[in-house]
Design a protein around this ligand. Sequence first.
Ligand SMILES: *Cc1c(COP(=O)(O)O)cnc(C)c1O
Length: 300
Amino acid sequence: MTSPGPLSPRLPSPLHEVRDARFERHGLRLLLKRDDLIHPLLIGNKWRKLVPNIAAARGRALVTFGGAYSNHLRATAAAGRLLGLPTTGVVRGHELAGRPLNPSLARCAADGMRLHFIDRSTYRRKSEPEVLAGILRAAGAEDAYVVPEGGSNTEAVRGCRALGTELRGRADVVAVACGTGGTLAGLAAGLAAGQRALGVPVLKGGFLEADVQALQERAFGARSGTWSLDDRFHCGGYARTTPELGAFAQDFEQRHGLAVERLYVAKLLFGLAALAEEDAFARGTTIAAVVTGRPFPDPA
Ligand SMILES: *Cc1c(COP(=O)(O)O)cnc(C)c1O
């Protein structure tokens, strides 16, 4: 795939080992797959998912969907600015309209994204064709290319397959935090036989198994690769946290000099440390954890 100049990526993303006693004492190696370094503004899986959609849009404006702190909305807005494409973000929460924008939405607006706020019940029904048509009409985005919430569609899932192929021969287990599951769906399909993918959902609900399978069926015609989910590490739901999770993330940052993104990456690493402690992995297993993002706003 050719990628437009300003979106030029650093690929394959770096892979390096971290020495961590919580893994080593169980005979495990921990590698970090630094997808957060692919592009300064389209971070991690957002680059892998968006660039194929931008290609499919062929210069049309983009419209997409997200919550008030959506990493996907920020990535889409940045891509629009870099490429000179108009973007519209449909934001969940009508009550946010007319209030000062939070830092994430302010960044979207500064990048030129038009923000259109809708109520939560309409937002939930946005995949129904008549509801979607009404939203696009109200947002003045009827002619725009629609990227679904979280960016996960067939193009995105196929784009994430390269994450798996980059890791062939490099690890036994590849673990990733999941929102919509699009990244896991592509990753698992790209791994070699004998490797497996492990998804750690950050939302509560237990719907992801069916969603990931459906994404794979649409993108590849069938369930692909070996993958599973461990639903125990969402800490109560999206953006929920616990003192234990916060302490873990802070400690990981100090030990390894990695700025740990709290909504997804912290839960992934916390889950992996818990699984290591449970001896869930055979001694000698090499685990690659995908660093899908970095904190916003930048702590530096
Ligand atoms: C969007 C995002 C994810 C979730 O990706 P899905 O493909 O929706 O599962 C994971 N980590 C980070 C940092 C993200 O921004």
